[in-house]
Design a protein. Structure first.
Lengths: 170, 190
């Protein structure tokens, strides 16, 4: 098998990889930002057909984990994060910001892929200190409005898939 | 017959200053004449130091040990060292998430360098594992323009997968990475 054929096989394997992907971010009342979150979910589903792509609010753990308090959202999200391969966080809402603050010091912090507007890239503030050294993807307004941001996300997920196949912690 | 537990208990009480003058005299005489007994005394001191740091002593004993140990420079140093190690271990437990983040970041950089430009990085690395190459020959081998190859190469070099001397070569890390991917996916890059 030549290089090109071998690489194409690897590409197909990464696209077919069974990934658990969470998409955190603004809720249903957040207008265009929720639409963006839905778009991200849709594109990830399209490009990774074997991936299980979910919003946290759509996951019901009460059947899987009998006894878990359905009102204890912190415990539930810890479970979600523990079993996912990557958690895309659209950091455009207060709730998402609080989730980042809470989970960025957890053992699964490395699974967070935080989408941050580039205006926060070099500011000195408490929220940016919390996000320092985290896996951040910076975008500008144009990238947010077009498909460019989604392309970057898909590229990161390809890396996650290759990492999962190859046994690399990402 | 003297039991170990009783002997240790007597030494412990001696260290804590809980013995009568006669009992203390007996122990001190034995410490001076019996090297095994002296070593046992050092062990009991170490155990008490550990108990002090981990909070296993009663309040009363804790105060006694502090007063006795911290008044003697050698013992004070031992307490300080044990305390520093305990502190370090507890910090490293709390800070494990940072190490995980660093490891993940390093791995991400490494795998990103392989898949960028439609997986050109992987192609180049596999080529270099087969044989070292001159930079000028690489663009034609991967059928891409020189500036694109240059960007990908820089990433591979940054990730420690490739090194450039006279020729470009695949590093040990590069070989290990390729082997790991090949082994887990069953795809041989030759």
């Amino acid at each position: 098998m030549g290089f090109i054929e071998a690489i194409n096989r690897l590409k197909r394997q990464t696209e077919a990889c069974e990934l658990n992907i969470l998409v955190w971010g603004p809720g249903r009342n957040a207008g265009e930002h929720f639409e963006k979150r839905k778009k991200i979910k849709g594109e990830v589903c399209r490009c990774f057909p074997n991936a299980d792509v979910c919003f946290s609010e759509d996951l019901d753990l009460t059947e899987t984990l009998p006894g878990i308090d359905e009102r204890d959202l912190v415990s539930q999200e810890l479970w979600h994060l523990a079993v996912c391969d990557v958690c895309i966080v659209l950091d455009t809402s207060k709730g998402a910001g609080e989730e980042i603050a809470f989970y960025s010091r957890s053992p699964d912090a490395h699974k967070l892929l935080i989408l941050t507007h580039e205006r926060y890239e070099s500011v000195t503030s408490f929220p940016s200190s919390l996000r320092k050294n985290q896996n951040q993807l910076f975008y500008n307004d144009q990238q947010y409005d077009t498909c460019n941001l989604v392309e970057h996300i898909l590229s990161r997920i390809r890396t996650v898939a290759l990492g999962k196949l190859g046994g690399f912690r990402l | 017959m003297e039991y170990v537990v009783e002997r240790e208990e007597a030494i412990k009480r001696y260290v804590l200053g809980q013995l009568s003058e006669n009992e203390r005299y007996d122990i001190e005489l034995r410490v001076l004449t019996d090297s095994d007994y002296f070593n046992e005394l050092l062990l009991v001191e170490d155990e008490l130091t550990d108990d002090l740091i981990s909070g296993a002593l009663s309040n009363h004993d804790q105060e006694r040990v502090k007063r006795l140990f911290l008044s003697i420079p050698e013992r004070r140093n031992k307490v300080g060292l044990t305390n520093a190690i305990a502190q370090y271990l507890s910090n490293s437990e709390e800070r494990r998430w940072e190490e995980t983040l660093r490891e993940a970041c390093k791995n991400r950089g490494l795998l990103d360098s392989l898949i960028q430009e439609d997986w050109m990085g992987l192609h180049i690395l596999a080529l270099l594992r087969s044989s070292s190459q001159r930079p000028s020959d690489l663009a034609s081998k991967v059928k891409a323009n020189k500036s694109t190859v240059s960007v990908v190469l820089n990433k591979l070099i940054e990730s420690g997968l490739v090194e450039q001397k006279e020729l470009l070569t695949c590093t040990e890390r590069g070989t290990e990475t390729l082997e790991k991917i090949e082994k887990s996916t069953g795809v041989r890059l030759t």
